[in-house]
Write a protein that binds this ligand. Structure first.
Ligand code: KIV
Ligand code: ZN
Length: 499
């Protein structure tokens, strides 16, 4: 059985652009429009031409810039709006005017101060007038979500009779439940006599977090156009997100529905819109959020390593994300650590992994997230540690304003435990003096360099030292979230080579 097509109507540049602070200039809008064309959307709602000269101009430029998708301009059911939209769309290869009026009790009585009969008459006039400019006219019944179904069916019938090719059933206030919205679409499919002459469109807002669920319910019940935005941006809590609907239709094959979207371009589309509109994507946003393919618990990481499908219903590559990521935290297991180390080019025997894992957990406890730089530092420190004959067992430091820095160091040196306590002009100096009391060797610290890998106060500190003994130079390195410990470890690393 061939699949039914669901048309993607993208309103990122109209409903999405209404978001405060998200306004784009014409050049940016053209960039987004071209991206949408490349993504494969069927309709681009380019703006609301009467609303401002900038919007008018953008609709003109977008009409010139894209060839494949229908370019659509929004209007109210007002003649002047329709004339201005028609003018703005004059360069579009496939123009559409999207006109409409409120149909709910609230809108008719408290916004438009009108009657149901007058609303129908205004709608018919608007559709007929728009038809004198373009063939393709979409009608929206604003606040259809809260409109009585019987009245809505009459509105839809009359607008199709007037020539509307698409009828938009907006849940303007994001109020309906998926079941209600689906029933509304089904009611229209079953009760509007000329429904076969038009396509029903969903336009759901996310005020109660149900936009995608409502859209899907509408589609399951017969709607064949969905009005969506990239990243779900839009008025108030936003609109249905394009990526969610597209990936639902792609993942749930039994629905037998398809779109023209190339899913591999989804991630880049999301990044572009987020960057240009200066609107960050929430980390846990479905499909495109930073954590959408990031696994952090040890059980999940292990499961994904055994078979990706254990915890992933979508291959990240399908939406243009290179790979799933493992967030290495104190909850990660050895399998995830080994996997990440392998990706960084390191391979270890079991014993070495066990010892590295202990150090990894210590860093993870202190730092929360362990990144690649931290791992490289750990590997560097630990591979040297294995070869060393001086091992730090315990370090206790007393320092701070108004106190003389004192350090007690306990070291294992060729199987024997040694301890010493010393003062210094700072905690590192005190600890180094204690180490020297144990080693009893004439060594000169020639260089001491301490660096944070990133910037946070919870960061790993990397310490490099250069030590001179009997005319020879030795280098030591270590990394830890405790910089005094890292310093002593680096010192021992260098001294190991002298004893
Ligand atoms: O949410 C809504 O009702 C709208 C219409 C103008 C289509 O955006
Ligand atoms: Zn809307």
């Amino acid at each position: 059985m061939s699949k039914d097509r669901v048309y993607i109507f993208d309103t990122t540049l109209r409903d999405g652009e209404q978001v405060p602070g998200c306004q784009l200039n014409t050049i940016e809008k053209i960039e987004v429009a071209k991206m949408l064309e490349g993504l494969g959307v069927d309709v681009i709602e380019a703006g609301f031409p009467i609303s401002s000269p900038g919007d008018f101009n953008s609709v003109i430029e977008i009409s010139k810039a894209v060839t494949e998708p229908v370019v659509c301009g929004l209007t109210r059911a007002i003649k002047r709006d329709i004339e201005v939209a028609a003018e703005a769309l004059k360069y579009a290869r496939r123009p559409r005017i999207h006109t409409g009026i409120g149909t709910s009790y609230y809108h008719i009585h408290h916004k438009l101060n009108s009657t149901p009969e007058k609303i129908i008459a205004r709608g018919i006039d608007a559709v007929k007038y728009a038809k004198t400019f373009v063939e393709d006219v979409e009608f929206y019944a604003e606040d259809a979500g809260r409109t009585d179904n019987k009245f809505l069916a009459l509105v839809v019938e009359k607008m199709i009779g007037a020539g509307a090719t698409v009828i938009n059933i907006p849940d303007t206030t994001g109020y309906t439940l998926p079941e209600e919205y689906g029933k509304k679409i089904k009611y229209l499919m079953d009760h509007v006599p000329n429904i076969d002459k038009a396509i029903l469109s969903t336009h759901c807002h996310n005020d109660l977090g149900m936009a995608t669920a409502n859209t899907m319910s509408g589609v399951i019940n017969g709607a064949r156009q969905v009005e969506v935005t990239i990243n779900g941006i839009g008025e108030r809590a936003g609109n249905t997100s394009l990526e969610e609907v597209v990936m639902i239709l792609k993942s749930r094959k039994h629905l037998n529905l398809e779109t023209n979207i190339n899913p591999r371009k989804i991630y880049n589309a999301s990044r572009l819109v987020s960057t240009l509109m200066r609107m960050p994507v929430q980390p846990n946003k479905a499909i495109v959020g930073r954590n959408a393919f990031a696994h952090s618990s040890g059980i999940h990481q292990d499961g994904v390593l055994k078979k990706r499908e254990n915890y992933e219903i979508i291959n990240p590559k399908t939406v243009g994300i290179k790979e799933s990521s493992f967030v290495l935290t104190a909850r990660s297991g050895r399998a995830a650590l080994k996997h990440r180390l392998k990706a960084l080019g390191y391979s270890f025997e079991k014993d070495a992994i066990d010892s590295l894992y202990e150090q990894f957990i210590a860093v993870a406890d202190a730092k929360k997230e362990v990144d690649d730089d931290d791992l490289k530092a750990l590997v560097g420190a630990s591979s040297r540690d294995i070869k060393r004959n001086l091992h730090l067992h315990r370090l206790q430091v007393l320092c701070g304003k108004g106190s003389v820095p004192v350090a007690t160091v306990t070291i294992e040196w060729e199987g024997t435990i040694h301890s010493a306590t010393a003062e210094g002009n700072g905690p590192v100096d005190a600890a180094f003096s204690a180490v020297k009391m144990i080693i009893k060797k004439k060594v000169k610290l020639e260089e001491f360099l301490i660096q944070a890998i990133h910037r946070g106060s919870n960061d790993l500190g990397k310490v490099h030292v250069r030590v001179e003994s009997k005319g020879q130079v030795y280098y030591g390195f270590s990394a830890s979230t405790d910089i005094i410990t890292a310093s002593v470890e680096a010192f021992l690393d260098a001294l190991s080579q002298t004893v």
